[in-house]
Design a protein around this ligand. Structure first.
Ligand SMILES: O=C(O)COP(=O)(O)O
Ligand SMILES: [Mg+2]
Length: 227
């Protein structure tokens, strides 16, 4: 099997521990012959800037699949569900001192600074029958629509490209990458990945962060899985 494209997470996968971009990965992306699609929990403007500066496709997955961009200067596909996320945020704010992140840029999720006990947040939204999911990526806490994730985003992107989700090699590090790694033809987790990402992946690199992403790409190239 030769994969037709690569879908890669940003934070913790192509960055160093402090969220700075690993420049060796950026260089490697430019050398690959297949398209590289970024897939992230960050808002669209953030991932578009990253993609532009690396020099790869403007077709990206943002907000954990809530926003799929068809290109730098073309429309985005934006999921519903923000209202429910805001309602959950209002409810949770009665119990916790919460700080929203990137609120001005977000279209489908409410994102919070980490530091609280996420299991308590989950229990409260569950007890109130709210149709939202609360996840902690290790970088931020996301209140999101449970039906949307990077896996559904990958299917949308694959459709736009005229290929299948299984034509992708996926690389990630966190729980928000799990569905994407399962839907892809092969999911590789970097060495620093959390338990959920490790379980979803078919392979885990020895190296962590950007070094791990490089190891995954080198593995694919040397086994004729990628061109
Ligand atoms: O937005 C987050 O919490 C993490 O971002 P990522 O999906 O690029 O790792
Ligand atoms: Mg990540």
């Amino acid at each position: 099997m030769v994969f037709k494209a690569l879908v890669v997470d940003i934070d913790g996968t192509i960055t160093n521990h402090d969220r700075t971009l690993d420049l060796r990965v950026a260089k490697k992306f430019r050398e690959l012959r297949v398209p590289v699609i970024l897939s992230t929990g960050n808002p669209l403007c953030y991932v578009h800037a990253v993609a532009r500066l690396i020099g790869i496709s403007g077709m990206v997955i943002a907000e954990n699949g809530g926003v799929v961009s068809t290109g730098f200067d073309s429309p985005s596909i934006i999921a519903d569900g923000m209202e429910e996320c805001e309602e959950a945020y209002e409810l949770l704010s009665r119990y916790f001192d919460l700080e929203k992140l990137d609120a001005a840029y977000r279209k489908t999720e409410v994102v919070l600074r980490r530091g609280m006990d996420v299991t308590q947040l989950r229990r409260i939204v569950e007890d109130n029958g709210m149709d939202v999911e609360v996840i902690d990526t290790g970088y931020a806490v996301h209140i999101k629509d449970g039906k949307i994730n990077k896996g559904t985003g990958l299917h949308t992107v694959a459709g736009l490209m005229g290929i299948q989700a299984s034509d992708f090699l996926a690389i990630g590090d966190s729980c928000n990458d799990a569905q994407m790694m399962r839907e892809a033809g092969l999911g590789i987790a970097v060495g620093n990945a959390d338990d959920e990402a490790r379980q979803a992946a078919s392979m885990i690199t020895e190296a962590s962060f950007g070094e791990g992403a490089l190891e995954a790409i080198e593995y694919a190239l040397s086994n004729d899985l990628l061109e």
